[in-house]
Design a protein around this ligand. Structure first.
Ligand code: ATP
Ligand code: MG
Length: 565
């Protein structure tokens, strides 16, 4: 775990990236202009790792009166889909950020990049290599052993120009030729050993259609796109640190004045008990291990949203873990802490019974009902109160009753007293048991009318239970989630595939839940705390009026894996 410090709001000290930015501002770099970008590849949905990059890119722009572009790095037409572009935009907006009119695509620069590649050939700084990619890779050498120069390295400028043009006209097969930058086959940086910068792909692009038959490699597009957009600070994850000398080399060939983007790398967000790569998440979706990108068990932003996470809780979590220069694992418990902390302030307290057991108050007059006042949110004075219907027949949780209770069982058992929340003290007098199955089917209690909540009359009882009135309860399905994987780092095993660690019990669907009637009017954006059970919200996809489905966002306490789901 990197950093569990929880800074007080607004009092956080500058992170190292903000320090660099302030240094640049103090030195008058770029005329005081601050311009960042968030550059997703549209080959999957965004996950919470991306949220860390988004908060930084847009956050720096906000803090220093700058701008942040959204740029889709769409250089690989074979893996990209419009569905992903739409979802990425929706997720960024949901997190609370906006790129205004600056929605760009690396494909906007295909023309400029092609011209730049041509210019490199003309200057003797790039050449067409006719060898297959596998051989090129073998000739690269190792960090301790210099690479071998390609036999095509010194072919004439005219020949390379001609071949590059014909590659783009579709004359050659995919994989038959590539364009390589002529940098240095002996460089200690492997990325500078004549990297491939263009390849043939006979594949329609979602934006440029069939215009191009050659496509730039990511490394040839990324840094230059930042340059074309006037980006001052290119913030990216640590794995790009070793690419930086190559990006700098390209910009050296391209730039005219003093301006160049400054790349600063930071550590990735990695969460325990999940995987974070889009490729692996896509695999889970495609093999049906989860029910889509927005499955509430996924670490995708759409999954977390459907699960009930709030944008504020994700932003706060990103703030808590901070930005460093070394990779680490972040404890998912801290993310759950952040969502509880946020929901505690805003969620309406309600009552719902997940596994109902009938409770009859034998001394409560038949046919009588009353409305009991209850507080909507003790954390928020302005949240007010509402009325709960109460009557002779109620539901409580099955596991709130025990026939032979151990001493420390502070719930209901024969002869015992408990309080029903916002109602009365009751005493268990009897119970009914199915003679065949041994299942408890009814609990019979008496209530003490003098102990109504708020009346001032009370006595000490050890437990308080939640309940709903049987006559007024509404039916609902409730979905409980456990971790998607049983291992802390499912993709951290050399000899085992991450899918071997999938948790077969990550989803539990309870279809016979009884909820207080006010929940019939719940809206997707509403957040609830079900007393004693956790935070819940409507499932945005499957819930319908009259057929309600609730998701548990998170239990009240950190009780994962303790049989307390
Ligand atoms: P993945 O490995 O999950 O496929 P990626 O890095 O290929 O992710 P991109 O779409 O290229 O995904 O990422 C867009 C931006 O988000 C990049 O700047 C990248 O550095 C950043 N990013 C991706 N994953 C994380 C993460 N786990 N933590 C922080 N930033 C991330
Ligand atoms: Mg990537």
């Amino acid at each position: 775990m990197t950093n569990n410090a929880q800074p007080e709001e607004g009092k956080r000290s500058l992170n190292f990236i903000e320090q660099f930015v302030e240094e640049d501002l103090a030195n008058g770099k770029n005329d005081g202009r601050i311009h960042t970008r968030f550059p997703p590849e549209p080959n999957g949905y965004l996950h919470i790792g991306h949220a860390k990059a988004i908060c930084l890119d847009f956050g720096i722009a906000e803090r220093y009166n700058g701008k942040c572009n959204l740029r889709f790095d769409d250089t690989n037409p074979s893996k990209e889909e419009v569905e992903y572009i739409d979802s990425i935009k929706a997720d960024i907006h949901w997190l609370g950020f906006d790129w205004e009119d600056r929605e760009f695509y690396a494909s906007d620069y295909f023309g400029k990049l092609y011209d730049f590649a041509t210019e490199l050939i003309k200057r003797g700084l790039a050449y067409i290599d006719d060898q297959p990619a596998s051989l090129i890779s073998e000739q690269k050498g190792t960090p301790n052993k210099p690479g071998i120069e390609s036999p095509y390295r010194n072919r004439s400028v005219e020949e390379s120009l001609d071949l590059f043009r014909r590659m783009n006209e579709g004359e050659f097969e995919e994989g038959s030729r590539v364009l390589r930058a002529k940098v240095d086959m002996t460089s200690s940086n492997m990325h500078k050993r004549d990297p491939i910068i263009y390849r043939i792909m006979k594949c329609a692009h979602h934006r440029t259609g069939d215009t191009w038959k050659v496509y730039p490699m990511y490394d040839f597009a990324h840094g230059q796109s930042d340059y074309f957009e006037g980006v001052t600070h290119s913030l990216c994850t640590l794995e790009f640190e070793v690419h930086r000398p190559l990006y700098d080399w390209f910009i050296d060939q391209l730039k005219e004045g003093d301006y160049r983007p400054r790349q600063i790398e930071f550590n990735r967000l990695n969460l325990t008990y999940t995987v974070m790569s889009k490729r692996k998440l896509l695999q889970l979706v495609q093999t049906g291990q989860v029910l889509g990108w927005d499955d509430p068990r996924m670490p995708s932003l759409s999954g977390l949203r459907r699960r009930g996470y709030t944008p504020a809780s994700i932003r706060n979590f990103v703030d808590m873990i901070g930005y460093t220069k070394y990779e680490a694992m972040n404890d998912v418990g801290l993310l759950e802490f952040a969502v509880r902390e946020d929901l505690n302030k805003t969620a309406t307290r309600v009552m719902g019974v997940l596994r109902p057991l009938k409770l009859i108050l034998t001394n409560y007059p038949e046919g009588q009902e009353e409305q009991l006042e209850t507080v909507n949110n003790p954390e928020d004075e302005n949240a007010g109160t509402r009325l709960l219907p109460f009557g002779r027949e109620l539901y409580i949780e099955q596991d709130d009753f025990m026939e032979d209770a151990p001493k420390k069982f502070f719930r209901l058992s024969p002869g015992n007293e408990v309080r029903l929340k916002s109602a009365y003290i009751i005493k268990c007098e009897d119970f009914v048991k199915d003679p065949k199955t041994g299942e408890i089917t009814e609990v019979h209690c008496t209530y003490d009318p003098l102990t109504k909540s708020g009346s001032g009359e009370s006595r000490k009882v050890k437990g308080t239970l939640h309940w709903v009135s049987a006559k007024h309860a509404i039916d609902a399905e409730v979905r409980l989630y456990d971790r998607l994987f049983v291992d802390e780092e499912p993709d951290g095993h050399k000899d085992k595939d991450f899918t071997e660690f999938l948790n077969p019990e990550s989803l539990e669907r309870l279809s016979n839940c009884k909820l207080e009637p006010s929940l019939a009017n719940a809206k997707v954006e509403d957040r609830f705390q079900f007393t004693r059970l956790g935070y819940f919200c409507l499932d945005s996809k499957d819930s319908k009026p009259g057929n309600l489905v609730f998701n548990r966002t998170v239990p009240l306490k950190d009780s994962w894996g303790k049989g307390n789901r």
